[in-house]
Design a protein around this ligand. Structure first.
Ligand SMILES: C[S@@+](CC[C@H](N)C(=O)[O-])C[C@H]1O[C@@H](n2cnc3c(N)ncnc32)[C@H](O)[C@@H]1O
Length: 368
């Protein structure tokens, strides 16, 4: 299965939509603002583009899409003001898979224009760009800045190597890398990430203008022991709910056995290795931060105040991301029951302590 509808987030602005449930990802955009400002400042100072082309890869649809755009506009305006020169025109491309809800973004543009602070106003143009970022998206050397947040852990496809000669999926019962997955399964996920990310870097290198840069933020994993916030638990707790539904006859066992989540959360070292092996980019900045599973929990301590509420919040956040993946495989009928069980499983897991995602940020500068 190639990246398609199942990889997209829940569209529209309804209760279960990504637009309504993307506070976790919003926090990452705000956390990486200082890096974004430094990188954009550098592009403005060194490349002096008359018109600057920027692209957000995997923009989705919702407030985060335009938050990103407004951050870039403000930063370009500030940096040019500091340097005492007129700002460039800004051409913005919003990229995502063709199944993304681009209409929702376009409909909010009028509201966005009204809301933009007129003092920081610089001429900008916004266009949608459907297509996979694992393929070629732009003409050679035509882009100055790429941004991508919470996307690159999504793999290009379901792992072919997980299929037997007869086409059935191996590592039965695990929907992701599980505690019972043998090392060769972990290697398959890792290799698929490596191949996809290396392709991504090759294409972006062709598309970036000389001196162009990228800021890439995505979920990673810890190199040490399995922490309670590891991605394996996020999917493992969903898997537990699916298994319970199989034993109650609500989900077909065969369906569960041929379902895999096309995601891999690499370690910092794995990402660095792919970048360094490719030799196309210099790493100008690297950052690691943790983010509480519960998107509404902004505290830094390790204490879970209300595990039931947190369980419900996490389940909503994951549903907005994974609903298309689940419903295209199991059908829409199981969604409410599945995510209600999932919320309970998460609540129970959080009794062990506060679970945190590991987030990696890389600023990369094109070589040559
Ligand atoms: C969790 S959302 C992040 C959206 C947004 N960047 C944010 O920070 O809120 C991940 C997005 O990546 C997109 N995506 C996944 N694989 C993709 C691919 N191969 N090409 C383009 N977009 C992709 C999904 O459709 C989804 O909109």
């Amino acid at each position: 299965m190639r990246a398609g509808k199942a990889h997209s987030m829940v569209g529209g602005g309804g209760e279960t939509s990504y637009a309504t449930n993307s506070r976790l990802q919003e926090k990452a955009i705000l956390e990486t603002k200082p890096i974004l400002e430094e990188v954009i400042g550098e592009i403005c100072r060194t490349l002096l583009p008359k018109s600057m082309v920027a692209a957000d890869l995997g923009c989705s649809s919702g407030p985060n899409t335009l938050l990103m755009v407004s951050e870039v506009i403000k930063t370009v305006a500030d940096q040019c003001k500091k340097a005492g020169r007129p700002p460039p025109d800004l051409q913005f491309f919003l990229n995502d898979l063709p199944t993304n809800d681009f209409n929702n973004i376009f409909r909010s543009l009028e509201w966005f224009e009204q809301k933009m602070d007129k003092k920081t106003f610089i001429p900008y143009y916004i266009a949608g760009l459907p297509g996979s970022f694992y393929g070629r998206l732009f003409p050679p050397q035509s882009v100055h800045f790429f941004h991508s947040s919470y996307c690159l852990m999504w793999l290009r496809q379901i792992l072919e190597g997980l299929k037997s000669k007869t086409g059935t999926l191996l590592d039965e019962g695990n929907i992701y890398i599980g505690e019972t997955s043998p090392p060769w399964v972990v290697n398959l996920y890792a290799q698929e990430f490596k191949n996809g990310f290396s392709n991504f870097l090759n294409f972006r290198h062709e598309e970036l203008a000389s001196g162009g840069q990228m800021v890439l933020t995505f979920l990673g994993s810890e190199e040490k022991n399995l922490s309670i916030g590891d991605e394996r638990y996020i999917w493992g707790l969903l898997q537990d709910a699916l298994h319970d539904m199989v034993s109650e006859g609500l989900v077909e066992r065969e369906k569960l056995y041929c379902f895999k989540v096309p995601m891999y959360t690499p370690s910092m070292a794995e990402v660095k290795e792919v970048i360094q092996e490719g030799g196309l980019f210099d790493i100008s900045r690297m950052q690691y931060f943790e983010s509480n599973w519960d998107p509404f929990d902004d505290s830094c301590d390790d204490f879970v105040l209300d595990n039931l509420q947190s369980g419900a919040n996490v389940a909503k956040c994951i549903r907005a991301v994974a609903e298309p993946l689940i419903s295209s495989h199991f059908g829409e009928g199981i969604l409410d029951e599945l995510f209600s069980r999932y919320a309970n499983n998460i609540a129970r897991h959080l009794l062990k302590g506060k679970a945190k995602y590991h987030v990696l940020v890389f600023a990369l500068k094109r070589r040559g």
